[in-house]
Design a protein around this ligand. Structure first.
Ligand code: ZN
Length: 239
């Protein structure tokens, strides 16, 4: 069984389409670590696609904010404006779909899925120290998460936590793994290409990948829809 791992699509249809055509034929099921909506111009289309095709989805902080307009005081002014825009743009059905999304961690097949950290869905796992704290709460050998928009994986050994080098790795029996596939729709690691990962359960491998997409189209949609212009501009630099 092979899984396409997605996170932080953020209503970016062009990035999602590019990932799906690049990954075509390489997976059996789709796993979604949250933040379907917020920032991007196509929340309804993205949510409906996720609803129809994803095997498992956990909610992200933007999904909560866009569906309920709650906790916006934690958001910067641009994120707040995009949450309000998304709330108004969502159909009632899609707003309800976001409200009903489960909170992570969710156990699926032989792995766990959460948005931020296993102990707190809104927590960021960026450093090895944060990964080490999260590792105490893992219930499976491999876990997938997002929220930071930074692609990368951590290997957890009883002697400590380290980043896995390169774009992929082979799963070793003595290790646990925390895998962030990166953001599909708004990468922030300096690489503007859409991020995703493929987990092959039988081959015991995880492969983190990037694919270029047409940011100019997304940019135009952002500007014409009345979303803050910088949300389009940042897509070209991946920050
Ligand atoms: Zn996000």
């Amino acid at each position: 069984m092979r899984y396409l791992i997605l996170s932080d699509i953020h209503a970016n249809w062009e990035a999602l389409e590019a990932v799906l055509s690049a990954a075509a034929g390489d997976y059996d099921h789709i796993v979604n670590c949250g933040d379907l909506a917020g920032y991007g111009p196509d929340p309804n289309g993205v949510i409906e696609w996720c609803q129809e095709t994803n095997a498992i989805i956990v909610r992200g902080n933007h999904d909560k904010a866009c569906a309920r307009l709650e906790n916006l005081e934690w958001f910067n002014p641009v994120a707040r404006a995009s949450a309000r825009w998304t709330f108004q743009t969502l159909t009632p059905e899609n707003r309800q779909f976001l409200i009903d999304l489960p909170k992570g961690p969710a156990l699926f097949d032989d792995f766990q899925v959460f948005h931020g950290a296993p102990q707190d869905e809104d927590e960021y796992v960026v450093s090895e120290a944060e990964a080490s704290e999260a590792a105490e709460y893992l219930d499976s050998q491999i876990s997938f998460f997002g929220h930071t928009h930074l692609q990368g994986s951590f290997a957890v050994h009883r002697n400590g936590v380290r980043r896995t080098p390169g774009d992929g790795f082979e799963i070793e029996e003595s290790m646990k793994y925390l895998v962030n596939p990166g953001s599909v729709g708004q990468p922030r690691d300096g690489d503007p290409r859409a991020g995703y990962a493929i987990y092959d359960r039988e081959a015991r491998t995880v492969d983190c990948r990037r694919v270029a997409y047409d940011q100019a189209t997304t940019y135009k949609k952002i500007v014409t829809s009345g979303l803050p212009e910088m949300l389009g501009r940042r897509l070209f630099v991946g920050l």
